[in-house]
Design a protein around this ligand. Structure first.
Ligand code: ADP
Ligand code: MG
Length: 322
């Protein structure tokens, strides 16, 4: 079983940033509206994620670290209708098989918090409502993985990118993170449009926000909204390219192609569009169960989605033409 966890870990836990992603997604799934992340040693020494979410019942704590013990799926029929970010019950057991993992959790109606570590039964602990997970010495028992990690700076950048994506995917959650000695990032919950733009500015840069065109379109039960850069504000880099489907960060060829097509002929050679876009569509129109890290999706109506994205962007770009 331990070996199975380690094999699964290879799929889910590639680097410190993957741990950050899984833990923060769990906090989001637990309805937290405040999430704090602390990173030491570029994630090699410590990854700590704490939230004010629903917490885990003491009886369920030992289960949380065992394989396929997800609380988010009660039947296989649900596999096609996945709304929560996690659904495989693989992340915590995988991470705990390649690190020293400690989890504290308390539900609102419990008299105290409980703490669990990889090989120990739960013991009472002190913690407010919510959950805190500490992951220390990542890959201590897999030297090959540890050697595969890049410089501190690169791993820190991967972590920052991961947190940026998560923060853009959940405006109503307040975030705070500290990556080693880099400046602390504080993002209050963003409800109004100006608050959202403020958060986008902190993540994507104020120049993106200053020039950005807002778009909002729907077709049948598919909606797209968000911000795109006008052709005149093209960028040299792909640093502001965020696409979310039903709250999930997605990197997908079909989407890239649809966006590129909208900007076709408008951008100078080699220049990049900037975008922060949100697509929502019924769960039965996509299949997210493609890869454990869930960056890819399959569309049941790929051509329709492609066409809708291109059209929405083209219309917005056209109205902005001088
Ligand atoms: P999954 O997210 O796929 O269900 P995980 O291994 O990530 O699997 O987590 C296992 C279970 O532990 C979750 O289903 C959930 O019940 C519980 N859990 C993990 N993190 C949290 C958290 N921050 N708050 C509340 N429950 C959590
Ligand atoms: Mg999870």
């Amino acid at each position: 079983l331990y070996l199975a966890n380690q094999i699964a870990a290879g799929e889910v836990v590639e680097r410190p940033a993957s741990v950050v992603k899984e833990l923060v997604e769990n906090s989001i799934d637990a309805s937290a509206d405040n999430i704090e992340v602390t990173i030491e040693g570029a994630g090699r020494q410590l990854i700590r994620v704490s939230d004010n979410g629903t917490g885990i019942h003491p009886d369920d704590l030992p289960l949380a670290l065992s394989r396929h013990a997800t609380s988010k799926l009660s039947s296989t029929e649900q596999l096609g209708m996945i709304a929560s970010l996690g659904f495989r019950g693989e992340a915590l057991p995988s991470i705990s098989s390649v690190s020293q993992l400690t989890l504290h959790s308390r539900q609102a109606d419990q008299p105290c918090a409980w703490q669990i570590t990889t090989d120990q039964d739960p013991i009472p602990s002190a913690h407010p409502q919510g959950t805190m997970v500490e992951v220390r010495d990542l890959f201590f028992n897999i030297p090959a993985r540890r050697r595969f990690l890049r410089s501190d700076k690169t791993e820190q950048q991967h972590i920052a990118t991961t947190l940026n994506r998560l923060a853009l995917s959940q405006f109503d959650v307040a975030f705070r993170w500290q990556i080693d000695k880099l400046g602390a990032i504080k993002l209050p919950a963003a409800i109004s449009q100006p608050q959202k733009l403020q958060r986008i500015g902190k993540i994507c840069g104020n120049s993106f926000v200053r020039d950005a065109l807002y778009l909002e379109q729907s077709y049948q039960d598919i909606d797209i909204h968000g911000w795109i850069s006008p052709p005149s504000a093209h960028r040299a880099q792909t640093d502001v390219q965020y696409f979310f489907i039903n709250g999930r960060v997605i990197r997908d060829r079909l989407i890239n192609h649809a966006i590129r097509q909208a900007y076709d002929g408008l951008l100078p050679e080699g220049r990049q569009p900037g975008y922060v876009l949100y697509l929502t569509l019924p769960l039965d129109k996509i299949d997210v169960n493609v890869h454990p890290t869930k960056h890819e999706v399959r569309f049941r109506e790929a051509r329709l989605v492609h066409g809708l994205i291109t059209k929405a962007l083209q219309e917005t770009l056209n109205t902005a033409q001088p």
